[in-house]
Design a protein around this ligand. Structure first.
Ligand SMILES: NC(=O)c1ccc[n+]([C@@H]2O[C@H](COP(=O)([O-])OP(=O)(O)OC[C@H]3O[C@@H](n4cnc5c(N)ncnc54)[C@H](OP(=O)(O)O)[C@@H]3O)[C@@H](O)[C@H]2O)c1
Length: 294
């Protein structure tokens, strides 16, 4: 299969590209920067979709960059990078003389309202209560091609655990120093997925003709709380995790609205993902974290 991956230069894209190439697929990236095996977004806008069998979009300004203040300019970048890249790929698919077989977008579980009691699967309501849930709604709407022959899949990802990036990239140093601990109350759910499984679910969605619609990209162990995660990470590192990170500090660094991503969480089950036959490589948090910190 020839696969075109928007934003494929990033954390998830690097893992996905490796996996797809290992399975014998050909990968071309869409990036802001030109380079080998890449096209730019400008070239895509000008020349349309290059000949390919499947398209994925992973592009988006990094939301949890602690060096960026959560102001209007940054919020615009977070939204526009996702909506515009998704719209451009969707438009290119509709205009392609030979449309691809599959179109996969990765969004997030922020679609579901944080709760200490509710449990969400892919059919649960959401997408209409705060900045991030509204973003996911608009992002998924930008990808939708009603009645189109191309098979469409959206993977709503939890926090991606992998080496050399993502949220865990920021947490490793304090935890290694024995200064880690739960964030806020620690009682909030922590929907997570190992990067090998997120890449695996996207590859499965590309390859398996029966997969379509929404898939939750989370591990099948939905009862993990933030405190469980802190304990498991500390244990994988052989360190204590006694020092909680107070809500007020998280809000000061990230801004109130963005801090919700860390201070609140959802219990999300991958019911449809499992029903499509996807088999997880890292269903357990302990083993997933051991692999990440090894
Ligand atoms: N990592 C997670 O825990 C997680 C969880 C849930 C959902 N997701 C979603 O999954 C997708 C991939 O995540 P990731 O962690 O791999 O992301 P990432 O590494 O932060 O970024 C992916 C790519 O997006 C492109 N990009 C960044 N800022 C951009 C901008 N302002 N305009 C256009 N393109 C921009 C970059 O490609 P170029 O520099 O080559 O243009 C970058 O390599 C994202 O949409 C993210 O929201 C991630």
């Amino acid at each position: 299969m020839r696969v075109l991956v928007g934003g494929g230069t990033g954390f998830v894209g690097t893992a996905l590209t490796q996996l797809l190439r290992a399975r014998g697929h050909e990968v071309t990236l869409v990036s802001r920067q030109p380079g080998p095996s890449r096209i730019t977004w400008d070239a895509l806008a000008k020349s349309g979709l290059p000949s390919c069998d499947a398209v994925v979009n992973l592009a988006g300004e990094n939301i949890l960059n602690p060096l960026r203040r959560w102001n209007e300019t940054f919020q615009k970048e977070v939204v526009q990078s996702r909506l515009e890249s998704t719209q451009m790929l969707a438009k290119a698919i509709t205009e392609a003389p030979q449309p691809p077989q599959a179109w996969v977008l990765v969004t997030g579980v922020a679609y579901y309202r944080p709760s200490l009691t509710a449990e969400y699967d892919e059919d649960s309501p959401g997408g209409d209560f705060d900045f991030f849930s509204n973003l996911v709604t608009r992002w998924e709407a930008a990808a939708r091609l009603p009645g189109h022959s191309t098979r469409q899949v959206v993977v709503r990802s939890g926090v991606v655990l992998g080496r050399g990036g993502g949220a865990i990239g920021h947490m490793l140093l304090p935890f290694r120093l024995g200064l880690g601990g739960p964030i806020g109350s620690g009682q909030q759910f922590f929907p997570w997925i190992h990067i090998v499984d997120l890449a695996g679910i996207v590859a499965h969605a590309l390859e398996a003709n029966h997969v379509q619609g929404i898939l939750n990209g989370v591990a099948p162990a939905p009862t993990t709380t933030n405190a469980d995660f802190a304990r498991a990470l500390a244990s994988a590192l052989g360190r204590p995790a006694f020092i909680p990170l107070p809500s007020i500090v998280v809000q000061a660094v990230f801004g109130r609205e963005r801090a919700i991503m860390l201070l609140e969480g959802q219990k999300v089950v991958p019911r449809r993902t499992l029903a499509t036959g996807y088999q997880y490589s890292f269903p357990e948090l302990g083993a997933a974290l051991k692999e990440v910190v090894a």
